[in-house]
Design a protein around this ligand. Structure first.
Ligand SMILES: [Mg+2]
Length: 166
């Protein structure tokens, strides 16, 4: 891949809760679609398939953490997911579980002038209005927090990235 192609890759903003750390699933804990891990004293159910799926996306995007986990995502998740260290968008303590519009200002600044895809389980009307108003191509990819990142969303994201056949 040439340096021009690398520079032209879109940004992919990646949430953690509801994308990688699952919740709200109906299976009993022993049949959960994820593995329980004690992280910072809290039990999180980490989708191990999310790691393989993010690794499929890595050649197509410049990935960045966009999560209230901030640096804790690099600290705790890289080994579980088989990922390299990612840049971190900072939210200055504005994180609110169960919504995502508080991420808009920092994501806007980070991705200014760039194509952007954003995977998140809490995309709300404000996020969709913001995406429509962005001058650059913008793709919002919602997830079900009980399932996290799934193959269909990975396929969609790969199709949307420049240089993908079809
Ligand atoms: Mg979330």
């Amino acid at each position: 891949m040439s340096s021009i192609e690398i520079r032209s890759r879109p940004i992919l903003a990646v949430d953690v809760d509801g994308v990688i750390s699952l919740f709200g699933f109906e299976e009993p804990p022993e049949r959960a679609p994820c593995r329980f891990q004690l992280i910072d004293g809290m039990a999180h159910c980490i989708s191990l398939e999310a790691g393989e799926r993010l690794r499929r996306l890595a050649p197509h995007y410049e990935m960045v953490w966009a999560t209230g986990w901030e640096d804790r995502a690099n600290e705790y998740l890289l080994q579980l997911l088989g990922l390299n260290m990612l840049p971190v968008i900072r939210f200055g303590g504005d994180a609110r579980f169960g919504s995502a519009h508080w991420k808009l200002g920092p994501i806007s600044s980070y991705a200014a002038g760039r194509r952007l895809a954003w995977i998140d389980d809490s995309l709300d009307d404000e996020c969709h209005a913001w995406a429509r108003a962005r001058p650059e191509p913008t793709l919002l990819v919602p997830t079900d927090p009980a399932r996290g990142l799934e193959d269909a969303q990975v396929d969609l994201l790969i199709d949307w990235a420049p240089g993908s056949p079809g």
